[in-house]
Design a protein around this ligand. Structure first.
Ligand SMILES: Nc1ncnc2c1ncn2[C@@H]1O[C@H](COP(=O)(O)OP(=O)(O)OP(=O)(O)O)[C@@H](O)[C@H]1O
Length: 610
């Protein structure tokens, strides 16, 4: 828990000037909103400007009407034309304002929806631009988390900020009217509002600091919620009776947050109510002041209603203005998180990339490759030297944690070696455009993702441009044996998979693996990388899959990771990794002749089958 505490201290520093500092993100925010829909935004702003003047106009008409009524009562020959005209005008203004208000609510909602969709899309796109290294870093992850949150907050921020502009116009017009009659009332008003504003500002700053310093814990809470209430974990949770454990862990942590938050809320409301009473007292002070003036004959009854109405409106408007201001500053802090996330610098794209050879001639060469995962001092790979010849099928074997998948991640450029280099046809792979380089690979990972989309999509993700190319998808399915899965589906290739959505069909582990393997066949890749592609397959399916694989990928460079030696032995050469170093390398026969790790592990597995 050391990190959050430290974070909250630094955040406090940051938020002490929060109200002005955070507002710097607002202009960019409005630019984004404008881009989402210039038409709706213009309509919305225009409607707000018009409604902003309605309070002072209706109060002023009200004053004229009351004075006119009093005048007409005192006359013998009454002429009510003027009176009814103003009543009519007031009605017109009220109806028009109501229509405008409806329009504002409608456009607020529409712009909000568009903006929230656009910002979610931006987050998805930005996430893709980040490296695995950045995404695995908890600090980056927290940023992502904070950017993802508050999507609704950002929408409210928009209507708050626009309402603020509207409020300023109303306030200025009401102030002008008050100054015209009684400038003193303004002084009284400002004095009564300021303490309440300071209170609001102070506590919303604290609230943000708290929320921010709890990002990591909130992530934990989300995770506990996911583990405790999820169809994929339900089996284990029930079997191991984990509900109480998870619920208690959740409630302990969430209650801690609740208590701190409650404390803040209590203080904020306590002081808030006190300062509100001050505002009410000031209103009555002003009211008495105006009544005395009316009795003294300085002001008319119409002016009394106008002034007391204006004063009250102004007080409410100012109070809302200030509390909205603090709300805006608070939301703007979250907005800054969102922009911070969008502005995370991307790792340098390869400058002046070298063209990738059309046909791979000599293959890969790893020269003295060493690697530690970022933030860790433990070497995962040490002094790794070997070649993968063009067209060769090489298998990586070794015990759990030996570094096999890591080696693949380096070859695929998810990470850069800490030292040493990886060459393709003699050129350092970092010199190729990352996108073009990766496009040459057909890959299935050990921890492939089960997209709860249609079966078609689950295969086409290997080459998403071909999502509508049924022959290609079916062909890839044939190669990976996923055709057997398609045959059993009610909706065939368009079967929804998983249980999350309606009509979804869950697959068995092996069926999922066949579907995922088809992704690697979705393009005519030069290099195939299969990281434990058959671990969930039955013995017959595994044999069939590999027999096909060998036949279909003749002449293609392939890397296979497997713990099954029956599979591994089909490779041209086998690289045995042990604790991040190459222990042995050679053909199956060569390695079997040496009484080392490979032959020991092979015999161990073979003995298990006897
Ligand atoms: N993202 C990561 N961050 C930090 N360490 C990692 C990460 N991924 C793997 N490691 C560590 O690197 C080492 C090698 O892991 P790797 O996944 O390459 O092993 P492997 O040989 O593929 O194992 P397995 O047979 O179990 O799949 C392990 O000690 C693991 O703890």
């Amino acid at each position: 828990m050391a990190r959050p505490r430290l974070q909250s201290i630094t955040d406090k520093k940051k938020t002490s000037v929060f109200s002005l500092d955070s507002l710097s993100a607002i202009p960019r925010f409005f630019k984004e909103i404008w881009r989402v829909s210039p038409k709706l935004f213009t309509l919305n702003t225009f409607a707000r400007l018009l409604t902003a003047l309605s309070p002072v106009v209706t109060l002023w008409i009200g004053k004229i009407i009351i004075d006119e009524i009093i005048l007409q009562i005192s006359l013998e020959n009454q002429d009510l034309t003027r009176l009814w005209t103003f009543v009519g005008i007031e009605l017109g203004v009220v109806v028009f304002t109501e229509i405008l208000n409806r329009g504002i609510t409608l456009t607020d909602g529409l712009i909000g929806d568009l903006y929230s969709n656009a910002s979610s899309e931006k987050i998805i796109r930005k996430t893709n631009e980040l490296t695995l290294e950045q995404l695995e870093d908890p600090e980056f992850y927290d940023k992502l988390e904070r950017a993802r949150q508050q999507t609704n907050g950002r929408v409210n921020l928009m209507s708050d900020a626009l309402s603020q502009v509207q409020a300023i116009i109303s306030i200025v017009s009401l102030i002008a009217a008050l100054i015209y009659f009684e400038p003193w009332l303004i002084v009284l008003l400002v004095l009564s509002i300021i303490p309440s504003f300071i209170n609001e500002a102070k506590y919303s700053g604290h609230r943000y600091s708290l929320a921010r310093s709890w990002t990591a814990e909130r992530r934990e809470l989300d995770y506990l919620r996911y583990v405790g209430a999820n169809n994929t974990t339900a089996k284990e949770v029930k079997l191991f009776g984990l509900t109480d454990y998870i619920a208690q862990r959740f409630s302990k942590l969430s209650h801690k947050y609740y208590l701190i938050n409650k404390n803040l809320s209590l203080k904020q409301s306590l002081y808030g109510s006190l300062f509100n009473i001050l505002g009410t007292l000031s209103y009555y002070g002003a009211y008495i002041f105006i009544i005395i003036k009316v009795i003294a004959g300085v002001l008319t009854i119409g002016e009394l209603t106008f002034l007391s109405g204006s004063f009250n409106r102004l007080r409410n408007n100012l109070q809302q203005f200030f509390s909205r201001f603090t709300r805006i500053s608070e939301s703007a802090l979250y907005l800054r998180d969102y922009f911070d996330f969008l502005d995370i610098p991307l790792s340098q794209e390869t400058q002046n990339p070298v063209a990738i050879p059309e046909v791979i001639k000599s293959g890969f060469e790893l020269k003295d490759v060493r690697f530690n995962y970022p933030g860790s001092d433990t070497p995962v790979l040490e002094g790794v030297n070997f070649e993968i010849k063009a067209g060769e099928k090489i298998a990586f074997v070794g015990q759990n944690g030996a570094g096999k998948t890591t080696l693949i991640k380096l070859i695929l450029r998810f990470y850069k070696p800490t030292s040493g280099e990886i060459l393709l046809d003699g050129i350092n792979i970092n010199r190729f455009s990352k996108e073009e380089y990766r496009a040459r690979f057909g890959v299935i990972f050990q921890d492939f993702f089960k997209y709860e989309f249609r079966l078609r999509e689950n295969i086409a993700v290997g080459n998403i441009d071909e999502i509508s190319n049924d022959p290609m998808i079916l062909d890839a399915a044939d190669r990976s044996l996923a055709n057997q899965v398609i045959e059993t589906m009610m909706d065939g290739i368009d079967q929804q998979l998983g249980r999350r959505f309606a009509k979804g069909q869950e697959l068995s582990g092996g069926q999922w693996q066949k579907v995922a393997l088809a992704r690697a066949y979705m393009k005519d890749a030069d290099i195939m990388v299969l990281d434990e592609p058959t671990s969930a397959l039955d013995a017959q399916a595994e044999y069939d899959v590999f027999e096909r694989f060998i036949g279909l990928t003749k002449g293609k460079t392939s890397i296979i990771i497997s713990h099954r030696f029956s599979t591994v032995r089909m490779a041209d050469r086998i690289l045995v990794l042990q604790d991040g170093k190459i222990a042995e390398i050679g053909t199956h026969e060569e390695l079997m002749e040496n009484p080392q790790l490979y032959s020991r592990l092979f015999n161990l597995q073979a003995a298990g089958y006897q």
